[in-house]
Design a protein around this ligand. Structure first.
Ligand code: 2P0
Length: 354
């Protein structure tokens, strides 16, 4: 038989995650080690997720990757770190039916082909690298029969993109910053089981589909170099906030959860403003959404909706239950009608299961 003809494949699907305590700033740029812990919620896989199929064959002459059908370069240091880390942990793989046996030592010589698809428009400013890198690592780990647990895999995904480490789990996830210089203890853990707080509904209001001007990677580098607020936040604020946020999640205490989530988003954007030159990720529509939600929450006497914004103007709104989510959608459509003079043009309803 022609040994070059066999192909072994594996497929994985990974959703993106939204941080409620933000990661902003690295203490090591190569290993991607953060200056503070963070907490996120992973979306339901039917929304904003990446599907990746990886294949290995003796007929492949080099590692290659396609994103949404277009070939992209794998030469970047981050891809190479992930590939190297996974290859070094690869194990024997045997398919008796097809008569294929790949031994541990063979993986160094074999090349992989990687095909990745996002179920959301890459240009919508929602295309966080989190889902993509987490999926790449998870599918390769499956293909190469790695024995590592999801937390150990998260430490590999982290080297592809920091926020990716949090997408290896569902529900609420904590990225522990770790202390080691080699990064071995900077990894993600699941805080509560996936179904723990499944009344919550996440609505993403797409304020602008334009690509952001300052990438997260360069933005956080500039913040680390110039923002004194970032130092204060990392040392004094986030450690205390982490304790409170973990409590709020465990107790399904929406009031505390919303207060902490909104405060942390606002502080992250304050750090961006405190950066020299300042970075503006939110726009007027983002600010109007914040004012609107704040007013609503005050009029109800207790928070009904939490907001959080990442490195772009799109609003991530977390409603305490389905009734509030329905009300919120109605009000957003009324106050921010699609295709009006505001540039709020579409909504993605993330009915997540967490
Ligand atoms: C977060 N963001 O915690 C924060 C909040 C954006 C704002 O993680 O350089 O794409 O690849 O580690 O992970 C975006 O940063 O940056 C991010 P790298 P990443 O979700």
């Amino acid at each position: 038989a022609d040994s070059k003809k066999w192909v072994v494949m594996a497929t994985a699907q990974t959703p993106t995650n939204i941080a409620v305590i933000k990661y902003w700033g690295k203490r090591d740029e190569t290993l991607i080690l953060p200056v503070n812990d963070s907490i996120s919620v992973t979306l339901d896989p039917s929304h904003l997720c990446t599907t990746t199929t990886v294949a290995v064959s003796p007929g492949f002459e080099q590692d290659r990757m396609w994103l949404n059908g277009k070939e992209i370069s794998l030469s970047g240091g981050r891809f190479q770190s992930c590939l190297r880390e996974i290859r070094s942990r690869a194990c024997d793989v045997e398919d008796k039916e097809k008569g294929i046996k790949i031994e541990k030592k063979d993986w160094e010589k074999l090349h992989v082909h990687i095909a990745s698809y996002n179920n959301f428009p890459t240009a919508a400013g929602l295309a966080s690298s989190a889902a993509g890198l987490a999926c790449l690592v998870f599918s390769l780990a499956k293909l190469m029969n790695l024995k590592e647990n999801p937390s150990q895999l998260s430490a590999i995904a982290r080297q592809g993109s920091g926020s990716a480490c949090r997408s290896l789990f569902g529900g609420f996830v904590k990225w522990i910053m770790g202390k080691d210089e080699n990064g071995s203890d900077s990894l993600a853990v699941q805080l509560v089981e996936e179904e723990h707080w499944n009344e919550l509904v996440i609505i993403i209001a797409v304020v602008s589909a334009r690509q952001k001007e300052t990438s997260s990677t360069s933005g956080m580098r500039e913040s680390v170099e110039t923002s004194l607020l970032l130092q204060h936040r990392a040392k004094e604020i986030v450690p205390k906030r982490m304790v409170k946020m973990e409590e709020a999640i465990k107790n399904r205490d929406f009031s505390s959860f919303a207060q902490l989530t909104c405060a942390d988003s606002n502080q992250f954007h304050a750090v961006c403003l405190d950066t020299s030159p300042p970075i503006f990720y939110m726009n007027d529509t983002s600010h109007r959404i914040i004012s609107y939600v704040e007013k609503w929450n005050r009029s109800e006497g207790s928070p009904q909706v939490a907001y959080t914004f990442d490195a772009g103007p799109n609003a991530v709104l977390i409603a305490r239950n389905r009734q509030v989510a329905a009300q919120l959608l109605q009000r957003l459509l009324f106050f921010f009608p699609p295709n009006s003079d505001t540039d709020l043009n579409s909504y993605v309803l993330g009915d997540k299961s967490i």
